[in-house]
Design a protein around this ligand. Sequence first.
Ligand code: ADP
Length: 190
Amino acid sequence: MLNIILFGPPGAGKGTQSAFLVEHFGLVHLSTGDIFRANIKGETELGKLAQSYMDQGKLVPDDVTISMLESEVDNHPTAKGFIFDGFPRTTAQADALDAFLNGRNAPIACMLALDVDEDELKARLLARAETSGRPDDANPTVIQKRIDVYNAETAPVAGHYAEQGKYTGVDGIGTIEEITERLCAAVPSE
Ligand code: ADP
């Protein structure tokens, strides 16, 4: 199994790059943001709960997010591996993911972290709002809140994987192809 965490702040390009990595390595893409948005669209109970946090730029509570993610993994028993996009976003989520995957003898191989400065992130999110229809991209106050939450709660997750020797930072500025090449080169060979 090849399990990769694609990490980085909102607007860093995780969704875009996931599509290329999925293709290249034959993995299953699990984006917690996409799963929450699908639940909002389907008007499920989980969607209603998630929306109340997402609209404010806050994180959905760990217990809800962790159990959702674990059942998504279990729904793909034949996967060659996963790209985790937008998860783990807290150290509690990272601990839960490690315990879960280690219990299945399929630990995280690496965390690839896209590095993009804050001004560029804000510009990208506002530009994405034009086409994404995402309310959390269209509002500068919500964008700032997401970046603040990232710095306070999510950035420490990088240290968690750096301690395990699994962290690689990748320059997230450049063309989509250039960044894909940098990411592919950073994936350890099995
Ligand atoms: P972005 O990376 O651009 O912020 P995502 O689609 O990954 O977008 O996430 C959108 C929102 O979904 C987040 O702001 C948060 O409210 C919620 N969310 C996504 N992943 C998680 C997670 N792992 N834990 C808690 N909340 C999450």
